[in-house]
Design a binder for this molecule. Structure first.
Ligand code: AMP
Length: 249
């Protein structure tokens, strides 16, 4: 079985985000970028499937600027087999990414696509669902366990009321949640080996997809600054503040 794993290059989760002075977006110049953390979990899961002998090939795909190739290399160093870079300098919205992924699925015929449940930069949580709709495939979202069977997969989903287990027919789309696994670090020999693994570069136009944005960002603002807390010296003082200052009781 072939597995396709989309990996997005995003601002590293440790970076303190700064809003641009003109409020048009967030500052990305000279900021550390990394693979979206949920996508590391997808790559890890695909590698574990390969190690278990259920998967033969893992293809990773990243869409965006030239440096996305670094993100692809990271996935190749973890253990993926080859990469596809869809090069674009435009902002790619989830629908455009889903359409590009559909074109790649049509070409590569994987039986499973594993995506992150969300990208930590846009927090959209849309791409996997849109891809499933465009392909007419089944989907399992917010997944914390995957058991591949013959022609189907059992997936456990994290829902508000606890865990839900469903069976989906293959081919299928899975979007992963945090508790699925703990991604490995790439070893130095594997980082060296990854330099020789192939990365194909294509343009959205090669795949016949128009990626023009459909949304317009009106304004991006910092959240309001939180006020420092105060220590109260008695329960009576706390009750007084809750009643007369916060007016919550
Ligand atoms: P989103 O719907 O934007 O929250 O993203 C959900 C998932 O879609 C991510 O975790 C990735 O697996 C995939 N994805 C979104 N954008 C890209 C991109 N530009 N390149 C590769 N994968 C992407």
């Amino acid at each position: 079985m072939k597995v396709l794993v989309p990996v997005k290059r995003v601002i590293d989760y440790n970076v303190k985000i700064r809003v641009k002075a003109d409020n048009t977006g967030v500052e990305t110049a000279n900021v550390k970028m990394s693979m979206n953390p949920f996508d590391e979990i997808s790559v890890e899961e695909a590698i574990r499937m390969k190690e278990a002998g259920t998967v033969e090939e893992i293809i990773v795909v990243s869409m965006g600027v030239q440096q996305c190739q670094e993100t692809i290399r990271t996935a190749l160093a973890m253990g993926a087999d080859r990469g596809i870079h869809v090069k674009s300098d435009e902002d790619l919205e989830p629908l455009a990414v889903a359409k590009l992924l559909k074109a790649i699925v049509d070409k590569e015929s994987p039986e499973l696509v594993i995506l992150g449940k969300q990208a930590i930069d846009d927090d959209s949580n849309q791409t996997g669902q849109m891809l499933a709709a465009l392909l007419g495939w089944s989907q399992g979202t917010f997944v914390s366990k995957i058991e591949l069977g013959d022609g189907s997969a059992k997936v456990t989903r994290e829902v508000d009321s606890g865990l839900e287990t469903i069976e989906v027919d293959l081919p299928t789309i899975v979007t992963v949640d945090l508790r699925l696994n703990e991604p490995r670090y790439a070893s130095l020999p594997n980082i060296m080996k990854a330099k020789k693994k192939p990365i194909d570069e294509v343009a959205p136009a090669d795949l016949g997809i128009d990626t023009a944005p459909r949304l317009q960002t009106l304004k991006v603002e910092e959240p309001p600054v939180r006020q420092a807390g105060v220590m109260v010296d008695s329960v009576a003082a706390l009750v007084d503040k809750l009643k007369n200052e916060a007016r919550v009781i």
